[in-house]
Design a protein around this ligand. Sequence first.
Ligand SMILES: [Mg+2]
Length: 328
Amino acid sequence: MKIQKIELEIKKIPLKTPFVTALRRVENVEFVRVSVVCDDARVSYGEAPATKAITGEDLESISKAIANHSEFFYGKSPSESLAILHELPIGSSAKAALDMAFYAFIDAQMFDVIKRASERRCKQTAITISLNQKEKMLFDAKDAIANGQKILKLKFGSDISHAIDVTRAIQEQFLTATILVDANQAWSLEDSKSFLDLFEGSNIDLVEQPLPANALAGLKELKEYSNIPIVADESCFTLEDVKDVVQSASADIINIKLMKCGGVTKAIEILEYCREKEVFVMFGSMLEGPLSIAYACYLVERFGDIVKYVDLDSPLLYAAEGVSLSQK
Ligand SMILES: [Mg+2]
C-alpha cells in the first residue's frame, strides 16, 4: 500500500458562544482537513486546528507545511511516511494532521473511527467555562449543568481575586459538580499558593498550568505545597517534555493533546511512558474538528486505565448538533 495523493481543505464550524481563555478569544473552530489517498483506493483523513497562541501555527502555516512536503510521501507506505514525517522541521499541528491520517491506514480500529466519527462517544468529558465576568461564567456553568454536564473546567486569567471569587461561587452553587481550574500559565507563584490555600480540602479536583510553561521548579513547589493535584499542560508538548516533568516530579497529572505532541503515534508513546511510570493523564484538545476529537476518544478508550480526565468538549461547543465528516 503506497500513498498516492494528499489534499487539503479549510473547514469552519461556528461555536454556540465565543471561547475565551487567558490566551485567546475565538468564535469559530477553524481547521485544516487533510485527505490521504492510497493506491488501494482507501482514503484516510486528519485534522489540525489553528491555535497560534499555543503551537504557533495558523491555518496558512499548517496548510503550507503540509502542501510543501506532500511529495515526500508519494510512493511511500504509511509506516515509511510516519518515519519521514516526524523528522520534518514543521509544526506539531501540521504533523498531527498527517500523522493521524497515516496511522489510520495501519490501525484498523483507528480507520474505523473515520466512518463513525460523528457517533463516537467518550467517557464523560469536562466542559469548558470560558473566561468571562463572574455573572456570565455562573450563567454558563448553570447552563452546562442543566444540559447534563458534571465536570466543569473553569478558565481563568491573571486576576486571582476574580478566579477565587468565581470558583467559590460555582462551588457553592453546584455542590455535586466536579470542578477543574485552568489558569493557562497566568498566575504567579504567590497567587497560586493563595488559591490552593483557600480551596485545599474542597471539591476542586485539580489546578492546571497555574505557572508559565517553563516554570517547572515553581510547579514542583506547588505540587509539594498542596494536596490539590497540579496538571502540566503547556509545559508538556513532546515525550521529552513529559519525561522532564515526570522525572522532576513537577506535576501530578500530564495533559496530552494530539496537536501538542504531533499526532496519534506520538500520543501513544507518551501514554505508554505514563502507563509505565504510573502517572495519570488528562486527554485534552484544542478547539478541534470532529474527526481529530474522535481519534482522541479512541485513544482514551485504549488507555482507559491511566486517562483520569477527558477534556474533549469541542463538539459540545459547536453551534450545530451532529456535525460530522461530511460537514461543509
Ligand atoms: Mg489547559
